[in-house]
Design a protein. Structure first.
Length: 379
């Protein structure tokens, strides 16, 4: 049968090539070695998965060597992305023997695929190949894999979200150091992953209820093109990330209910806290954390966190940054600082990251620092 190479095939090949190159770059990068390894493996899996489409569009499926070729790597992708997220937000994370349990469904599926492939490889008659595969319930098992993939995507999205949320909770309630990554861009990965699940759900629904697969595979080709885009986006995004080398010291910070704060002298603690922040200006320390602040006041981190959460209605990080912002605004209005850059003032007030300062300032005031100055001068 004559093979026709289409624009669709070209786009898939470009995506596969880019994914392989980016995966190799990630494996050889000195930044984020552990997390980049999981991302690279996920990219390689995506690339191999896309070759499944090429087997059909290039009619390689109708050859003896490639019919029933075992490249079903779908079930490896969700746990690989989960461990990518987990290793990003937990710098001390190490892959343990028990973690291999997450790849049991993929391993069983792939072993089965190899059994089918080698069972049919010995015959060149396609009708016989299909009959052998049918006797091994090939179509039923592939359908089961697709359902398991949908469940797996939901499961690992949920637990990946929990990992990121726990990190954000730790960050907000523990340190005011703005050099710590907030991983806001990870929301894009969640959105794109959810979209894959939606794609799969819609495509399977179209095939089950409308038998669309019998007349067209356009909906599956669209999914393949989306995966091609995903390979490009994730590879580029992952490779361009800075080195997230940071120490995540686990300081026990948990909220307690108001009924458990009866033994805390609330008004006295609030007064001490305000004095330390307004008079001693503890917020000028760019690496101030809740452990240091609790030692200054003489109460536990848990009780200090509770006071800040309940009395000031904010987390520790926002509480400290509120004082820093007020100090910045005060100096922006002070003629003694007119020759100092905005960033210079921000650094002097306790911020130690330009990007986070501008983001926090705009979130609090609704305008950029430059527009804030212009507005003040216009009064």
């Amino acid at each position: 049968m004559e093979t026709q190479f289409s624009l669709f095939d070209l786009l898939i090949l470009i995506g596969i090539t880019q994914g392989v190159i980016t995966g190799i770059l990630l494996l050889n990068s000195k930044k984020n070695r552990r997390s980049n390894t999981f991302l690279a493996l996920a990219l390689f899996s995506f690339c191999l998965l896309n070759t499944k489409t090429l087997l059909h569009t290039l009619h390689l499926w109708d050859t003896n060597t490639f019919r029933f070729f075992p490249n079903g790597l779908e079930l490896a992708l969700p746990p690989l992305f989960y461990f990518y997220l987990k290793s990003l937000v937990n710098p001390k994370f190490s892959f343990k023997i028990k973690d291999w349990l997450h790849f049991i469904p993929f391993s069983l599926s792939q072993i089965y695929a190899f059994v089918v492939y080698f069972s049919v490889l010995g015959t060149t008659n396609f009708n016989e190949k299909d009959a052998i595969a049918a006797s091994l319930r090939f179509n039923d098992m592939k359908q089961l894999d697709e359902y398991l993939l949908l469940i797996s995507i939901g499961f690992y999205l949920f637990y990946g979200y929990k990992e990121v949320r726990n990190y954000k909770k730790w960050l907000d309630n523990t340190t005011s150091d703005s050099t710590f990554p907030d991983f806001r861009w990870l929301r894009d990965i969640f959105r794109l992953s959810i979209l894959i699940g939606v794609f799969l759900l819609i495509n399977h629904s179209l095939d089950i209820f409308f038998h669309l697969k019998n007349t067209s595979i356009l909906h599956w080709n669209l999914l393949t093109l989306y995966i091609t885009f995903l390979i490009y986006y994730l590879g580029l995004k992952g490779y361009l990330q800075p080195d997230y080398t940071f120490s995540r010291t686990e300081i026990p910070v948990t909220n307690i209910s108001p009924s458990n704060t009866s033994n805390i002298k609330l008004s006295e603690t609030v007064a001490q806290l305000q004095k330390i922040m307004t008079e001693d200006k503890a917020f000028l320390n760019p690496k101030l954390n809740i452990y240091e602040l609790s030692n200054m006041i003489g109460i536990s981190q848990k009780n200090l966190s509770s006071v800040i959460n309940q009395h000031f209605k904010m987390n520790f990080r926002d509480f400290v940054n509120k004082y820093r912002l007020e100090e910045v605004k005060s100096k922006l209005d002070d003629s003694n600082y007119k020759n100092m850059s905005i960033l210079g003032i921000a650094l002097e007030c306790g911020f130690n990251s330009e990007a986070s300062f501008y983001r926090i300032f705009k979130k609090a005031t609704g305008v950029s620092p430059k527009k804030f100055i212009q507005h003040r001068k216009g009064k």
